[in-house]
Ligand binder design. Sequence first.
Ligand code: AMP
Length: 441
Amino acid sequence: MCLLRQTGKENGLLGKSLLIRKPPVELSFPDGKKGKHKMNILVINCGSSSLKYQLIDSISEKVLAKGLCERIGSDGACITHTPAGGEKKTDTIPMPDHNAAIAAVIEKLTDPEVGVISSLDEINAVGHRIVHGGERFSKALLIDDDVIKAIEDVSDLAPLHNPANLIGVRACAKLMPGVPMVAVFDTAFHQTMPSKAYLYALPLEYYKKYKVRRYGFHGTSHDYVSNRAAQILGKKREDLRIIVCHLGNGASVTAVDHGKSIDTTMGLTPLEGLIMGTRCGDLDPAIITFLMNKLDCSAENVLTILNKKSGMLGLSGGISNDFRDLSRAAAEGNKDAETALQAYALRVGKYIGAYAAEMDGADVIVFTAGVGENDGAMRKRISDYTEFLGTSVDPEKNKIRGEEVILSRPEDKVVTMVVPTNEELAIARQTLAIVGSKDVN
Ligand code: AMP
């Protein structure tokens, strides 16, 4: 019996329909039509020992408060809370489990001094980021016991993430009984990929039996950013071939062809594709057994190296996974840092070229996430590989950080632009759309 059901019993919530509460207010919708009254949507991104949250007002789409619980389950657990317009403050408080973390979040949100709502009743819905939806989920949906079971069923595909995400779901169900909750999957946007893009060249039975295939991640970001890019250009996404480069600590490129993801660089797990902060990206799979022999260690140990000690951190000889440190080191003459930056740009450039080939060209290249939004020098290095497509980067505009900006010239064949991602807002919008579209009586 799943915990949610137990929790439901404790709270008198036996059936899945009882999880859904009628929203007390009129709704607004993501297509720009706004209702008269607002909803507050709590967005939760729950990891195994951390929990990020944002409370978002559905009308203004402003963040009312945001924060982070860290070291949940350990000594020194703390919550950092920032109300809109207020100061960021960190408090060390005991958080033995995620229930305690959610309780701490609610306490902060309703606190007379640093809070932004007067009671729990002002949280109208919760949107949960769920990393892996497998093949089952191609869109966000209302959470009930069946959905929880299905998320559990695909947990072997994301053993570090999905169980942690579900802990957050259950903690919210326990502490906010009756508040509708929506699961928004990182993989969902990529479910439109054709089989020629998602199948690995392995014996087909492994796909059929174990669902070994490319899933792709950062889907919420690729969806949001490609939509926003089309909006900024005053065009329909359905009329464009867009290549989105989500370059953060984790990084992926996606080909969005006439509104649909048709290929993406991350695979069965987020380890494949680009060089990332600490993840290796594409690799000859034989390296795994080679290193197991050389280091006399297990496959798990090698995977830890590939996930945590590789990427820019590994390639730079351990300098840093942060592009600010690497740029500084390269400018001071460190050759390993310079090579790492060159290798990073080359990998992104290669994929942009590949995806342009897949879409028979490209109309827009978009940069987003920490590196994509802020690191003009890296954008320039990457763009040096894309000039053949007919695009350019204006050096002055390229100095801009963290803002929506078109970097190319109006006469260029391909638009290059920066669109800051906002996964929390995208989750809040999808949550609102689902809660609003349900008959919640
Ligand atoms: P994200 O995962 O999207 O939060 O991106 C985090 C990464 O973005 C950091 O590890 C940095 O490498 C990079 N980053 C953030 N700010 C800057 C900046 N101002 N210049 C260069 N890189 C940045």
